[in-house]
Design a protein around this ligand. Structure first.
Ligand SMILES: Cc1cc2nc3c(=O)[nH]c(=O)nc-3n(C[C@H](O)[C@H](O)[C@H](O)COP(=O)(O)OP(=O)(O)OC[C@H]3O[C@@H](n4cnc5c(N)ncnc54)[C@H](O)[C@@H]3O)c2cc1C
Length: 496
């Protein structure tokens, strides 16, 4: 059958792979010639550089992934007897580069996958307008999540605001259709040769203004091959996920979040693998699939309630009085630099500061400490995580912070306040995680490592620890902080 379009351009963004890719599949299916492009977007990268962030693991990960994507497209074309296909790479403003490129190529349409972050939606609206001026269509599709936007609504046609019924609806709607991948290979013959004017050399990280980080030392590599290797490794232990996931010293979770963030793995592949194992009775797989449901849940929350990016989901939480001024700034700095005196919190902050990753249990404990022990506005913590997390994703990060701060939909009740010491005793019982990040506490016995200030002078001396010198004294007392937080939330309730 004749294809209706002569030429189309696929614009890659947070979907850096060439297998099971919705936009690529749709374009290849309808167009006789398909070009692929990626823009290192100055609107995103320049502010990072201006803030002094030349060493950014995320940019390096994207750069790795773009190189691999270009090679993957060349290999895909070669398997179909086509020469010189590949990826067109630009360094500029996407809002200018994509319309310009589409015009140069005489593409009739541009294909991309949805990105529901408010800034991405604004960018896409601008690109759509510029393309429309040239008579070129912009088609976008779901790719990043299993269910999105209004695909799942409650019986009354409202978005779900509570996770459990959302999860039930998600699982009931899931079937082979939603789990099957897009067979890009089937239509690959439409991949077009790169225009002669296109440089074959892709930009280096340095030419983009960035430098290498410790990404590779951390054994984090961009690209689908590395994502697939992590998945294979995780599938060998997924059945134990429910038992291991909460213990940061164990290799429990998948560590796939960065790959999910940048689309180097397909969420459909992940959901399919987990679902099949769940059907076969794996509790670990069922628990893990539920995490992918949380991911969809927060994405649909951001879509339906975009005010959450910047404000509490619950309007009454807008009246909460947070600590402010120089004292609050000092508390915030101590938290960010891992100087709270609570070993699990400080080890968690060391993990994010050194690696850009933080275990999920620790994200909850560290975030809760900032909000409910130090009384600092959750948005300051959210912004810190956004700057430092390799897997930063607005929907998930905002959802996580608002859950912890009790300001979100289906959030933790406000009177529930994690005790960082009991969390530490429960989830890092032997102190292995703490010792990894706080070696100065390494010689303390297991039972004292969670709260060194409770150790007697002899124990501290035997472990070579002097409080205030080797490790801070606790910044706040748990019981006092708890009372202050309960009062803060009680005042909010009274003001309603
Ligand atoms: C305060 C806070 C901030 C967070 N910020 C982010 C963030 O910016 N980006 C991010 O991807 N996740 C975030 N999370 C969720 C979660 O901590 C991470 O997804 C997880 O730790 C990533 O590690 P993993 O891939 O090994 O997870 P796994 O346990 O293997 O989970 C698999 C995948 O499920 C998804 N997922 C797991 N838990 C959640 C969750 N609670 N909400 C949404 N998706 C989830 C992630 O995509 C993750 O990669 C945050 C959680 C909290 C409490």
């Amino acid at each position: 059958m004749d294809k209706p379009l002569a030429g189309a351009l696929v614009w890659f963004r947070r979907d850096l792979r060439c297998v099971d890719h919705a936009a690529l599949y749709h374009a290849l299916k309808v167009a006789r010639e398909v070009w692929c492009a990626f823009v290192f977007d100055r609107d995103i990268l320049d502010p990072l550089l201006e803030a002094g962030g030349r060493a950014d693991r995320r940019v390096e990960f994207i750069h790795d992934s773009v190189l691999e994507l270009a090679a993957g497209l060349r290999a895909l074309a070669a398997r179909h007897g086509l020469a010189a296909a590949g990826l067109i790479v630009r360094h500029g403003r996407a809002v200018d580069e994509i319309p310009r490129l589409a015009r140069q190529l005489h593409a009739q349409a541009v294909y991309a996958n949805h990105d529901d972050d408010p800034a991405a939606l604004a960018r896409d609206a601008q690109v759509r307008g510029a393309l429309a001026d040239a008579g070129i269509a912009l088609h976008t599709s779901k790719d990043h999540v299993v269910f999105e936007r209004s695909e799942l609504l409650s019986g009354s046609g409202e978005p779900y605001r509570v996770f459990t019924p959302y999860k039930s609806a998600w699982l009931s709607k899931l079937d082979a259709f939603y789990l099957s991948g897009y067979p890009v290979e089937r239509h690959a013959k439409s991949l077009a040769a790169l225009p002669a004017s296109e440089a074959q050399e892709l930009p280096t990280l340095e030419s983009l203004g960035f430098e290498h980080t410790n990404l590779h030392q951390l054994r984090l590599n961009g690209g689908s091959a590395s994502g697939e290797a992590l998945l294979r490794d995780f599938l060998s232990r997924i059945d134990r996920y429910h038992e291991t996931r909460d213990f940061p010293a164990l290799k429990g979770p998948s560590y796939l979040s960065m790959h999910l963030r940048f689309g180097t793995v397909s969420v459909r592949t992940l959901a399919r693998e987990a679902h099949a194992r769940m059907q076969a009775g794996s509790r670990g797989a069922a628990n893990w699939l539920a995490e992918l449901v949380w991911r969809d849940f927060f994405h649909q929350i951001l879509h339906h309630y975009p005010h959450v990016a910047g404000a509490a989901f619950k309007p009454e939480a807008g009246s909460l009085h947070w600590e402010h001024g120089r004292h609050a700034d000092a508390l915030f700095a101590a938290w960010a630099e891992g100087r709270t005196g609570y070993p699990l919190v400080d080890a968690a902050m060391a993990q994010i500061n050194q690696t850009g990753y933080m275990h999920n249990r620790l994200r909850m404990v560290a975030a809760s400490f900032l909000v409910k022990h130090l009384g600092i506005d959750w948005r300051r913590g959210e912004a810190y995580f956004a700057r430092h997390l390799n897997d930063f994703d607005l929907a998930a990060n905002n959802g996580g912070w608002q859950w912890v701060a009790s300001t979100g939909c289906d959030a933790q009740p406000w009177f529930r306040i994690f005790n960082p010491v009991t969390q530490s005793e429960k989830f890092d019982p032997g102190g292995r995680f703490i010792r990894r990040y706080l070696p100065q506490l390494g010689a303390l016995p297991d039972k004292l490592i969670h709260a060194p200030w409770l150790a007697g002078p002899a124990d501290l001396a035997a472990a070579g620890v002097e409080l205030g010198r080797d490790f801070p004294r606790p910044l706040v007392q748990h019981d006092e902080a708890r009372v202050r937080t309960l009062a803060r939330f009680a005042a909010m309730k009274a003001a309603r």
